[in-house]
Design a protein around this ligand. Sequence first.
Ligand code: DP6
Length: 401
Amino acid sequence: MSVYQATTSAPVNIACIKYWGKRDTKLILPTNSSLSVTLDQDHLRSTTTSRADTSFDKDRLWLNGIEEEIKDGGRLATCIKEMKKLRREVEDKNSNEPKLSTFAVHICSRNNFPTAAGLASSASGFAALVSSLAALYALPASPSQLSLIARQGSGSACRSLFGGFVAWEQGSLPDGSDSLAIEVAPQSHWPDIHALICVVSDDKKGTSSTSGMQRTVETSPLLQHRIKNVVPVRMEAIKKAILARDFDSFARITMQDSNQFHAVALDTDPPIFYMNDVSRAIIALVTEYNRVSVENGGMLKAAYTYDAGPNAVIYTPKENIKDIVSIIVKYFPQAEAFKDPFGLFGAQGVGEGGVVQGFNAAVAKPFSVGAVKGLIHTRVGDGPRVLAESETLLGANGLPK
Ligand code: DP6
């Protein structure tokens, strides 16, 4: 008897132009377009196995070993239902196809990064879910078509269906059929873009993206200005910068948009604060690093961006990553030696870090160990991957291995 299953992995993406606000909360239709960089799955990924079997009595899903409830009408149920609908279209066209759309599925998903790292896993998670079902069902769907479904799991997930540089076009149709992700440029266009993720210690439970952004939509007048006048111009400008590999413009727009996203959070009533003192100190360090470059006739060399939490993501061309890591380690001493996946620092490692010549050391105070509790060095990466049978996360009994 055949086993119908597929395993895929999907990447994390971090936006340069932020998605913040929905015009339709059920279909997850945004109030503005957004654009992100897909990060390398060699470092950060969600892996998902989906299996369809006549012996399963209902759809079930496990996330990092723990079973999650698939609530009727909820985001998981919607994605699974939509994928089965696409499978049914295949079966209707070809009666020889096994009727997988009528079988229940078992879905097992794992992230290779700890949830405690505070990195959003919903984007890679829903992208992996949708791509594993697409592989299981042998759907003839394009990544953009699949993005329409991933979007209904979590808005930002639609951008994880592509590698490289990805736009989520907001669309205008009420049914959401034109609110999808498109590839602006593949990873190979600008492979030099590296990212340093600074995992910032955070004890308090923050406001979730989903509820925070709705409060912003309801109360922030600044958001209306952003939607109408700011994002459309920035989307065009950043696409141009990416196509021209113009890091200076890319960095300026990325930092401005992160700042405006946090400004609309502050403009929400009551206000929402996602960044903390550590986040702001990292902004000061990147700003000073850029100032030194510009003052010496150079260009912007690094860009910070922050999502709905205090973690910093710093984008920089590969040639500058050593400077950035050294600066961060100097101000935020690390309990563990920096993991150097690209072997930039050689046998000696980063040591205590240091700053570039001309850097005003007084722009931030040094913090103690633990303020930045981890550093992840990665780079722009590819889109979802279909993995070998041997990578399955489900055992012969249909339960997590
Ligand atoms: C700040 O995609 O997590 O990271 O659609 O409600 O699931 P839902 O929200 P989510 O929001 C992400 C917000 C952001 C910006 C971005 O990724 O564009």
